[in-house]
Design a protein around this ligand. Sequence first.
Ligand SMILES: [Zn+2]
Length: 108
Amino acid sequence: MVNRSRSKPASDLKIAKERIQILFSEAKKRPEKGTRYVYLARKIAKKYNLKIPSELKRSYCHHCYHYFTAENVKVRTNPKTKCVEYNCKDCKKVTRYGYSKEKAASKE
Ligand SMILES: [Zn+2]
């Protein structure tokens, strides 16, 4: 019978994770190609149903997928919304990540 399982072999998942890490490290080295590397990393993550690690997720804009460098992002905390705000200077949009105490406490 034909194997119709949608899950990918474990060895492929390991390689896919490694490729995502490599693409982000390359984006750090060559920010001018960052958007392309972010695009490829997201494509791999979608294909293998993987999560992009949270520390890498914060390194690009979630609206225009531009890789963040010191020039094109402004990072501020907002006590009103209890969020860390990433202001993208390319698309002028804001990405928020919460920092409320309850959430951090429940994780531990
Ligand atoms: Zn943007």
